[in-house]
Ligand binder design. Structure first.
Ligand code: UT7
Length: 355
């Protein structure tokens, strides 16, 4: 008997479709050689263990919103200009604990009184943000959404900690989603999202939130200045990242009814090149189907996948309709994946997908 084909239920209503990409990296570049002048490390160690050669760092006084505005501006231009109904910002390094950073970004982009809010899912934030933005379109709450992933982890790492200072870089990437038709090039979804809060200790900034205020806001007794910085349990994060991104990719392929052979490219969160290649090996995906930019940018957290999308778009590496999977893992712990049909270049179609 023939196995029955997977049953794909197409949700009704408008379908979310990608129609613009943007990316922005701050000017200052920090090379491995520069880090090796002040830390007990070397260019060779960093390249071999992470695949990173350099990263960008926000200029003194700069903040996440500055990068997000530039990436957002580019994505809007690439989508043919016009306005949006919502701005969603995936970040875990907001300009302030309160308020959210997205309204400031929307205002500086001149977008008027649109809905604007932040999403905090650390390095998985962009995938979570894509699922939320797609849902806004599907539900008819918005016909066009600007989704930005932006982070400035260099402001959170301990410059004296060689295990984290070598990993993180700053940046922002953005996409525009519009209401379109199911199955057209650019269509996004289905999604797979997950979390495991029992291991929040693996990637943690202890100070600054409601549980433990910043050092300046409480008596110095017992305070540890290192708690103002991000703590990462590298080895364990590595193993969880590989396991979760593999399973999440498989889940999304099942939901989409795609086989691994159908996938033109896998775009994994750029945490460590060895994590990405371990994911490919475990999935039995040829390494030449992985896309990567970690060598130039390091781990840019919530900006990692949209920066890679923007670069792929800019370089014309994929054809309209190519099947792409993005997969991410980060603090929380959180993880998520999405299926994407690569969009067509050129002016976007009618926002409601009418022919
Ligand atoms: O987006 C999610 C955020 N987190 C991450 O992406 C982190 C994921 N984890 C990783 O990328 C890797 O675990 C690291 C790059 C952080 C570390 O690589 P590793 O291959 O897991 O190294 P390790 O922690 O097992 O350390 C091996 C050795 C240790 O020395 P001993 O104990 O063997 O003497 C470390 O002290 O390497 C040492 N080491 C370094 N040596 C030179 C750790 N960092 C460095 C360094 N330079 N920067």
């Amino acid at each position: 008997m023939q196995p029955s084909p997977p049953r794909i239920v197409e949700p009704c209503g408008p379908s979310p479709v990608l129609c613009g990409f943007g990316g922005h990296l701050p000017e200052p570049v920090v090379t491995n050689h520069e880090l090796a002048t002040r830390l007990d490390t070397s260019d060779e160690w960093i390249r071999q263990r992470t695949g990173i050669a350099q990263r960008h760092r926000v200029a003194p006084g700069g903040a996440t919103s500055d990068l997000a505005v530039e990436a957002g501006r580019q994505a809007l231009a690439s989508a043919g200009g016009g306005t949006v109904d919502a701005v969603v910002l995936a970040t875990s390094t907001p300009d302030h604990i309160s308020p959210a950073t997205a309204p400031d970004v929307a205002a500086r982009l001149g977008l008027g009184p649109v809905a604007a809010f932040d999403i905090g899912a650390v390095c998985s934030g962009f995938v979570y943000g894509l699922a939320v933005s797609a849902s806004l379109v599907r539900a008819g709450v918005a016909t066009r959404v600007l989704l930005i992933g932006a982070d400035t982890y260099t402001t959170l790492v301990d410059p004296n900690d060689r295990t984290t200072a070598i990993l993180f870089g700053d940046g922002a990437g953005a996409v525009v989603l519009r209401a379109g038709r199911a199955g057209e090039p650019g269509a996004v979804g289905p999604f797979d999202l997950g979390s495991d809060g029992t291991r929040k200790d693996l990637i943690l900034v202890p100070n600054g939130g409601s549980r433990q205020r910043s050092r300046s806001a409480r008596p110095p007794v017992g305070s540890d200045p290192r708690d103002d910085h991000v703590h990462v349990v590298g080895g364990e994060v590595f193993q969880h990242a590989v396991r979760r991104m593999c399973q999440s990719t498989r889940n999304v392929l099942d939901s989409a009814g795609w086989s691994l052979d159908d996938v033109a490219r896998l775009l994994p969160h750029q945490a460590n090149h060895r994590i990405a290649t371990a994911v490919a090996r475990r999935l039995d995906l040829p390494e030449d189907r992985l896309l990567s930019n970690i060598e130039q940018v390091g781990n840019t957290a919530g900006a990692s996948i949209p920066l890679l999308l923007a670069r792929t778009w800019e370089r014309g590496l994929l054809r309209p309709g190519d099947k792409v999977v993005i997969t991410a893992f980060g603090g929380g712990l959180t993880w998520g994946s999405a299926a994407i049909s690569w969009p067509s270049p050129g002016p976007p179609e009618d926002p409601l997908g009418r022919e």
